[in-house]
Write a protein that binds this ligand. Structure first.
Ligand SMILES: [Zn+2]
Length: 295
């Protein structure tokens, strides 16, 4: 039961950090740090929830979770019904989450492969991006092992050279920093529980932070104003949407990003942020190490 108790504490701690992150203002001033904190917190919540169930179910063995799981086939008769139900729930949850993540990765990879094929047919090279001859203004990054930056003829007409340069830098930042891998686990969780308001809000917050990271990279190379005015033009023109599996320049709350680019917050990382970092890391280490250490 001590193992389950530690996992409950780690899970509660991660939930508090997640709720605090959802309601914090400093995250927009430090999107990279906030994203790492979200990843640690999300992983802790998953690991500790599974650990909680297995910790309770395998408590009679009085061993670490992994050694106890290895003992399970030969010592199944030592567990009563409640402990068996908890072990089964823990294993099913772990399997369910793993299969869901794999299925989401596969379906996204398939959508991207289809889109890549389509681009071969309709797009033509234009500098370091592919140009689609379409009047609607769009720009997006199709991530993967060979990422593609795509811009429409409408976007090239809409934007000045400086704005287009900033937009392409934004898309290149998505590809280089592999932002699709940051958002994918959270999007998979949202698909698993589609009605969850909290997960929808978490995904929206993470997608916005990813956009802000790419904005910062583009602003560093081209200045803040060209990207801000490009986003403004996209917004005024009505953004043309994003294909499945792609990361676009302007499909998240654009006005907040324009405001941030023009009036950047100069908030330092608050003390509470550093404490949350330390707490989240210790919760994850505690939760994960309980799988190996003996009781
Ligand atoms: Zn973007």
């Amino acid at each position: 039961m001590i193992l389950a108790g530690h996992q409950i504490a780690a899970c509660a701690l991660a939930a508090i950090v997640a709720l605090w992150l959802l309601h914090s203002c400093w995250t927009h001033a430090h999107p990279r740090i906030a994203l790492i904190l979200w990843q640690i917190t999300g992983l802790t919540l998953v690991v500790s929830t599974i650990g909680m169930l297995l910790g309770f179910g395998l408590a009679p063995y009085r061993r670490g979770l992994v050694p106890a799981l290895l003992d399970l086939p030969g010592r199944l008769h030592e567990l009563d019904t409640w402990h068996l139900v908890a072990v089964a729930a823990g294993l099913l949850l772990a399997g369910w989450l793993l299969v869901n993540q794999l299925l989401c990765l596969l379906s996204t990879a398939r959508a991207r492969a289809r889109h890549r094929l389509l681009l071969q047919l309709v797009a033509s090279p234009g500098g370091d991006a592919l140009v689609v001859d379409h009047p609607v203004a769009v720009a997006y990054c199709l991530p993967g092992r060979n990422p593609r930056i795509v811009v429409s003829a409408g976007a090239r007409r809409l934007l000045t050279d400086a704005e287009l340069g900033a937009v392409l830098a934004h898309e290149r930042a998505h590809a280089r920093e592999r932002h699709h891998l940051v958002v994918a686990p959270f999007q998979a969780l949202r698909r698993l529980v589609p009605g969850s308001t909290v997960l929808t809000r978490v995904c929206a917050a993470i997608e916005l932070l990813v956009e802000m990271c790419a904005d910062d990279r583009a602003a560093h190379q081209h200045g803040r104003e060209p990207l801000a005015s490009a986003l403004e033009r996209f917004h005024a023109n009505g953004f043309g949407g994003t294909p499945a599996g792609a990361l676009a320049v302007a499909d998240t709350p654009v006005l907040a990003r324009i405001r941030r680019l023009r009036r950047p917050d100069r908030i330092g990382l608050p003390l509470a942020g550093m404490m949350a970092y330390a707490l989240a890391i210790s919760a994850l280490v505690t939760s994960a190490s309980l799988f190996a250490v003996p009781l």
